[in-house]
Design a protein around this ligand. Sequence first.
Ligand code: NAP
Length: 280
Amino acid sequence: MHNAAIAKLGVDFVYVPLPIAPENLAIAVKGFEAMGLRGFNVTIPHKQAIMPLLSEIAPVAQEIGAVNTVCLTEQGWYGTNTDAEGFLAPLLQLSTPPNWQHTTALILGNGGAARAVVAGCAELGCRSIQVVGRHPEKLEQFRQSWQNSPAGVHLSVHAWEKLPDLLPTAGLVVNTTPIGMHPHEQVSPLDFSDSLQSASVQIAAGTIAYDLIYTPRPTLFLQQMQAQGAILFDGLEMLVQQGAAALKLWLQQPVPVDVMRQSLLDHLHHAELQIQRNIN
Ligand code: NAP
């Protein structure tokens, strides 16, 4: 999708994948500097390891505790995180947005993507942020990591078993777990609570259900929430928008987001056909 936008803009750049082993990250970054790279994305397992190699880190990346986008400046490498911006983009485009200050956000999962979602919900000004996870120690660590947040993030953490009590009070429910992602389309994070399986999911009118997963579209979780009348968002737009935000930073000019979205949709459709061919 980056190269589709680059072609549309007619600028002389290329976006290429560069697999780098963890032990080679520092030397690779030195090499990028020597080669005059404009910038790069980093993904697992480099999102934290890159941080000491940068000369400046944006507050949002410090808050999230991970960098996904790096850009060369006169002062050196500048790192930021565009995932929260990507997550927020579709919510900010709602024609009749809820009153975020009265909205409780319920986040399923406490991994890397959940951190960007927490930062996004804090930026929206959500009244409260509740995080549900399966490992008490990880949940507690997650809670503590936000305690001294400069943005004043206040969140509470809960066991999965609490989901049936928490769901009816949430105005925004975000699945940040991989549950329901291809090839496990038949499962949903809502199946992981026995009391939810026996009772039907109860949600308030106007609840927004957001799944970060983009294959399949929609996931079983979104289908279950749709059956209860929720407004749905899948992870496609977040993926497009976090990429567009990075490209804009590198090129220092507006980028054609619609071209990037179409390119991604074409790629996903192609991947879907490929999967079907493998199955048949
Ligand atoms: P991650 O760091 O591995 O976190 C995954 C979280 O899901 C962890 O909290 C994990 O719990 C929880 N989890 C996994 N399986 C579970 C299960 N069976 N029951 C309960 N909890 C479970 O992964 P991530 O990077 O955050 O990514 C998570 C998902 O978001 C993936 O599907 C990814 O594709 C998607 N994503 C989408 C975008 C986008 O742009 N749309 C961006 C980033 C991520 P434990 O820690 O207890 O194991």
